[in-house]
Ligand binder design. Structure first.
Ligand code: ADP
Ligand code: ASP
Ligand code: MG
Length: 444
């Protein structure tokens, strides 16, 4: 019998009521042996995630400000869950040692990791499962990159003698012994690593929506669920802001051929979304639309360079890229014409070196005109079937024209898996809704 790894996100574990649903799901299938919890998330829309509360405590501690009141709110969250569930345990010793550590060495990663650590302790006790500290099995190098092989080995060794385990998500330990977290949403990555290590038959990722949706439900009302999606499509969408699943959660399971199933803790009867290998044999019935999904991300700038006949100038692109490289900037897209080139970069990364980059570009390629445009959003229309369907780009343009959205940039990846368009940030929600109408509503 092979096992299932189940990861539960923050909202799935935000309250005692949610813990009960989670326990029912786990107890409903004996294969669900390895459980990866997040820290308690939001119970209602303007609630605060425990992770964010911990970051705040750490910030206060770092500036030497008393954080007792803020930390009390965190204690209240856990104590509320423990008492409501009637679990016989106390986290007081843990709370004390975390407070002491924050006062002595306020490390952001350590602080944030305690959210999943404590939740893991509570969940393990509630389920009657073994608790395995992620710090003992998830290994990072001194620079903070995951050491996958070492980690898989450590997880296997540790889990081989256990029938079940709760392993907190989001963090591990460096080879020097410091607690280190993944980036935000990183419990998804932990789940994926554990699934790889135990060669799980499936990695179930339980959240608060009934699967990967065609578009962000905060933008499109009641979007369709994607029944089956390939890893590659999902990665494109995740990278472009469809934040259901951390983009780094794909590699560990993809290489092992383990499917991911996104499920809804609040509606366990729903089938959710299956994420499958790129060569998966799709049945005809499962193919409903030309595109698979739409996602968008704000916070980009374009560097627009104009120079007459730049296309004839050997090494032009190379000189431009050299300047970006010298300033540690990576670029997202770089469409170019005969006299123009526009390079899309993340505004956050550009900001500290903005003037320097312009000055160096002027020197390197002597442009006729150069300017930076901020407030750009990138929108990705993703789908493995697009390359065999004529007129997709025309339809995207038509929907933008109807919405009077000005398309600032367009780039079709060489894989023909996606079309990326640049629009003004203010236009992003409307652009997504129009594309949804064009490809999903009108194809029904
Ligand atoms: P968890 O805490 O379970 O890890 P997340 O908040 O990280 O959950 O991810 C689930 C949320 O992602 C949903 O509640 C939804 O608001 C958001 N989301 C954004 N884009 C999509 C999409 N395309 N499909 C589903 N959910 C999406
Ligand atoms: N609790 C962490 C966060 O809020 C990790 C996660 O939820 O996956 O980012
Ligand atoms: Mg998440």
């Amino acid at each position: 019998m092979s096992d299932k790894v189940v990861k539960f996100g923050g909202s799935s574990l935000a309250s005692a009521e949610q813990f009960r649903k989670v326990a029912a799901i786990i107890n409903g299938d004996p294969k669900r042996k390895y459980v990866v919890p997040s820290a308690p998330g939001k119970r209602f829309s303007d609630d605060i995630k425990v992770t964010d509360m911990l970051y705040k405590c750490c910030e206060l501690a770092g500036s030497g400000v008393d954080f007792t009141d803020d930390f009390q709110l965190i204690k209240d969250r856990y104590n509320g869950i423990i008492s409501e569930l009637g679990i016989d345990m106390s986290l007081d010793e843990e709370f004390d040692s975390i407070t002491k550590e924050l006062k002595a060495r306020p490390s952001k990663d350590f602080a944030a990791s305690r959210g999943e650590y404590l939740n893991g302790k509570v969940l393990a006790k509630y389920l009657g499962f073994n608790f395995v500290d992620a710090a003992d099995v998830i290994v990072f190098d001194t620079k903070g990159s995951l050491l996958l092989d070492e980690t898989v080995k450590a997880v296997r060794e540790r889990l081989s003698s256990l029938d079940n385990a709760v392993i907190p998500g989001f963090y591990g330990k460096t080879t020097e012994g410091y607690i280190k977290t993944f980036s935000r949403g990183g419990s998804d990555v932990t789940g994926s690593i554990i699934a790889n290590a135990v060669r799980a038959e499936i990695y179930e990722n339980w959240t608060d929506v009934s699967g990967f949706l065609v578009a962000d439900p905060r933008i499109v009302e009641n979007p369709d669920v994607i029944e089956v999606i390939t890893y590659r499509e999902l990665r494109e969408l995740a990278y472009m802001g469809a934040s259901v699943l951390h983009e780094d959660a794909i590699f560990p399971v993809r290489s092992a051929g383990i499917p991911i199933n996104i499920r809804n803790t609040n509606r366990p009867e729903d089938a959710g979304t299956m994420i499958v290998s790129d060569d998966y044999n799709f049945s005809r019935e499962s193919i409903k639309h030309t595109i698979t999904g739409i996602a968008g991300k704000k916070g980009f700038s374009t560097i627009n360079i104009e120079k007459a006949m730049m296309n004839n100038e050997t090494g032009f692109g190379m000189k431009v890229l050299q300047v970006l490289f010298n300033n540690g900037l990576s670029f997202e897209h770089m469409p170019s014409g005969i006299d123009t080139m526009s390079i899309t970069v993340s505004s956050d990364k550009l900001d500290p070196v903005r003037d320097k980059v312009i000055a160096e570009l002027r020197k390197a390629v002597a442009p006729d005109h150069i300017e930076i445009e901020d407030g750009i959003a990138l929108l990705a229309v993703v789908g493995r079937r697009m390359k065999n369907t004529r007129g997709t780009v025309a339809r995207i343009f038509a929907s933008m024209a109807h919405a009077r959205v000005n398309v600032k940039m367009i780039d079709q990846g060489s894989s023909e898996l996606n079309v990326i368009i640049g629009v003004s940030e203010n236009d992003l929600p409307e652009a997504i809704r129009r594309i949804y109408d064009m490809f999903i509503n009108s194809e029904k």
